[in-house]
Design a binder for this molecule. Structure first.
Ligand code: NOJ
Length: 552
C-alpha cells in the first residue's frame, strides 16, 4: 500500500503513519523549578530542541499525580498533573507551544491499573468486601482454610505473586507493582470513566495516545478464577505456548471491543486522535490492535530485540512491514525506551548476554567498548530511519547516551529492584536525567540536583557540547531527520537482489537507497552520491563495518 504520508500538516489525518515521535520521560527531561525532578515547564522551555532536531511529535510518559511507585505508571488521577510537575495550565501552555512549533503531542494512557492512592481504590478499601466500589478492581477471597493463600498462582510482571492481601482479608490483583491495583474492565463505570479521560485530554488539544499494557485490560474473571498452571506468567513467550486468546489475562479477544469503542471517541475529533498500543504479544496478534477501527498502530519491538545481524534484521523488517500493512497500519520502529537498556550499550553486548547480570555487575562483566557501541547505535538508527513507517525515539538517544549501568543500588527507584528481592536491578539506568550543558549543576538539567545521579561522562554527551559539532551524534540525527522528511514517500521498500552476506541493501525511492554493513569486514561502497553516513567513511570505495549509508 502506498500512501502520501509525508504530509505532516496539522490537519492531515494520516500524519502519524510515517512520523518520528520523540519520547519524553518527563521526570528526567528538564527541571524548571530546581527540585531535581523534571517538570512540564522544563519541557516547554526545551521544546525548541525537539523542533531543531526535526521530530514530528512528542510522546510524554505519565505526568499525572503519582507517588512514583512505578515511575508515574501508578496514576492517582488520570485527569490531572502531578503538582511536582506542574498544573493543567502548564500542560496547556506546553501543548500550545508544541503546536506553535509544529509538533504533535501524544500522551500516555494507563488503563490497566491505577495507583493504590487513586480515590477509587481508597474507596474500595474503605467500603469492604462485596461493595460496588470493589467491583471497579479485582478483589477476591483467598484460598486455604483462612483465606491466607492468594486466590490464584498469577504472577506480577515485576516478580512475586500478583495478589496482595488487605486488612479485611480479601486480596486484590496487581499484575505490576502492589501499588498498582488492576482495574476491572467488565465494569461499565470503568469504561465510561476512560471515555471521559480520552475526551478530557483530546479537548485540551492532545493529538494521540500511547496505550500502556494494551493487551492486559480484558481478563477472564469468571469464578473460580483459573490458575495459570504451566501456561506461563508473563510476556510474549508465554503467549506463544497457548492457544490465542486463552490466557486468563493477556491478549484476550474481548480487549478489542474496548478499542473499537475508543475509536468511536477518537473519530469525533478532527483530525481523529491517534493511538499506539503497547502490547507484548506475538506478531499476528499484535496486528489486531493496530486495525483502523481500533488503535491504528501497535509498537513493534521486534527490531529492538534483534541483534545487529543482517539476516535476522531482514527477516524482522520484512515480517514487521507485512504484518503492519496487512492490518492497514504503518510499521513502528523502536530502538530504545524507558524500559530497556539503551541501544548504544545493548547492541554491543555479546549475543546471549544476560542483561540483568550485566547491570548487576555495574556494566563491568562483560566490559563493553563504548565507542563501538555508539558506532553501532548510530548505524542502527540510520537504518531505522530509512524504513517505511514511524520511528519512536527515546530522549537522549539523539545524544548517543549509553546505559548508566553502574548506578549504586542504594539510589535505585524502579520497583523491580525491591519486588524481586534485589534480584533484578530494573530500568533506572536508561532514566537518568538528560545532560544539556557540559557543566553546571546536573549538566543543565536544572538548577538543583537530579533525582538519579548523572555520571561525569555525561558532560561530553550534553546537547550544548554536540550542537553544531560536525560528526556529532546530535548533528547526525538532525541531518537524518531533515533528509528523511524531504525524501519520504510511500510506505514500501525494494530489497536489492544478491547482496553480500552481512549486508542489508534496499531502495525506498529512486533517490534514496540505504545500505547497512552488519558484517565484520569492509564491503564496497555502493555507487552514487552519499547523502549521509552513520560514521565517517574512509574514502569513496569502502563501507566499513557497523556503518550505514544513504545514497542517492
Ligand atoms: C509498561 C510501561 O512502559 C512500564 O514502564 C510500566 O512499568 C508498565 N507498563 C506498567 O504500567
Amino acid at each position: 500500500m502506498t500512501r502520501p504520508a509525508a504530509d505532516l500538516s496539522s490537519r492531515n489525518p494520516d500524519w502519524w503513519r510515517q512520523a518520528v515521535i520523540y519520547q519524553v520521560y518527563p521526570r528526567s527531561f528538564a527541571d524548571a523549578d530546581g527540585d531535581g525532578l523534571g517538570d512540564l515547564r522544563g519541557i516547554t522551555a526545551r521544546l525548541g530542541h525537539l523542533a531543531t532536531l526535526g521530530v514530528d511529535a512528542l510522546w510524554l510518559s505519565p505526568f499525572y499525580p503519582s507517588e512514583l511507585a512505578d515511575g508515574g505508571y501508578d496514576v492517582a488521577d488520570h485527569r490531572d498533573v502531578d503538582p511536582r510537575l506542574g498544573t493543567l495550565e502548564d500542560f496547556d501552555a506546553m501543548v500550545a507551544e508544541a503546536h506553535r512549533l509544529g509538533l504533535k503531542v501524544v500522551v500516555d494512557l494507563v488503563p490497566n491499573h491505577t495507583s493504590h492512592q487513586h480515590a477509587w481504590f481508597q474507596e474500595a478499601l474503605a467500603a469492604g468486601p462485596g461493595s460496588a466500589a470493589r467491583e471497579r478492581y479485582v478483589f477476591r477471597p483467598g484460598k486455604g482454610a483462612h483465606g491466607e493463600l492468594p486466590p490464584t498462582d498469577w504472577q506480577s510482571v515485576f516478580g512475586g505473586s500478583a495478589w496482595q492481601r488487605v486488612a479485611d482479608g480479601e486480596w486484590y490483583l496487581h499484575l505490576f507493582a502492589s501499588q498498582q491495583p488492576d482495574l476491572n474492565w467488565d465494569s461499565e463505570e470503568v469504561r465510561e470513566d476512560f471515555r471521559t479521560t480520552l475526551r478530557f485530554w483530546s479537548d485540551r488539544g492532545v493529538d494521540g495516545f500511547r496505550v500502556d499494557v494494551a493487551h492486559g485490560l480484558a481478563k477472564d474473571l469468571t469464578d473460580p478464577l483459573r490458575d495459570l498452571g504451566n501456561l506461563g506468567a508473563t510476556g510474549e513467550d508465554a503467549l506463544l505456548s497457548v492457544a490465542p486468546g486463552s490466557h486468563p489475562y493477556w491478549d484476550r479477544d474481548a480487549v478489542h471491543e474496548i478499542y473499537r469503542d475508543w475509536r468511536r471517541v477518537f473519530d469525533t475529533y478532527s483530525p481523529p486522535r491517534t493511538a499506539v498500543a503497547e502490547a507484548w504479544v506475538p506478531d499476528a496478534r499484535r496486528a489486531l490492535y493496530a486495525r483502523p477501527d481500533e488503535l491504528g498502530q501497535a509498537f513493534d519491538f521486534g527490531y529492538l530485540v534483534t541483534r545487529w545481524d543482517a539476516a535476522e534484521l531482514r527477516r524482522v523488517i520484512t515480517g514487521s512491514l507485512a504484518t503492519a500493512h496487512a492490518a492497514g497500519a504503518s510499521a513502528t520502529w523502536v530502538l530504545s525506551n524507558h524500559d530497556v537498556v539503551r541501544h548504544a550499550s545493548r547492541l554491543v553486548l555479546p549475543p546471549g548476554t544476560d542483561e540483568n547480570a550485566w547491570l548487576l555487575s555495574g556494566g563491568r562483566a562483560p566490559a563493553i567498548d563504548r565507542d563501538a557501541g555508539l558506532r553501532r547505535a548510530r548505524a542502527a538508527t540510520l537504518l531505522m530511519l530509512a524504513l517505511p513507517g514511524s520511528a519512536y525515539l527515546y530522549q537522549g538517544e539523539e545524544l548517543g547516551l549509553p546505559e548508566v549501568a553502574d548506578l549504586p543500588t542504594e539510589v535505585l527507584q524502579d520497583p523491580i529492584w525491591e519486588q524481586t528481592g534485589h534480584v533484578r536491578k530494573g530500568r533506572d539506568g536508561c532514566r537518568v536525567p538528560l545532560p544539556w550543558t557540559p557543566g553546571g549543576p546536573s549538566y543543565g538539567f536544572g538548577s538543583g540536583g537530579a533525582w538519579l545521579p548523572q555520571p561525569e561522562s555525561f558532560a561530553a554527551y550534553a546537547v550544548e557540547a554536540q550542537s553544531g559539532v560536525e560528526g556529532s551524534t546530535l548533528e547526525l540525527y538532525r541531518t537524518a531527520l531533515r533528509l528523511r522528511r524531504k525524501l519520504l514517500e510511500g510506505e514500501t521498500l525494494t530489497w536489492t537482489p544478491q547482496v553480500l552476506d552481512g549486508v542489508l541493501d534496499f531502495t525506498r525511492t529512486p533517490g534514496w537507497r540505504c545500505v547497512a554493513n552488519c558484517s565484520g569486514a569492509p564491503v564496497p561502497l555502493p555507487p552514487g552520491e552519499v547523502l549521509l553516513a552513520s560514521s565517517p567513511l574512509p574514502g569513496t570505495e569502502v563501507l566499513p563495518p557497523d556503518t550505514v549509508v544513504w545514497v542517492a
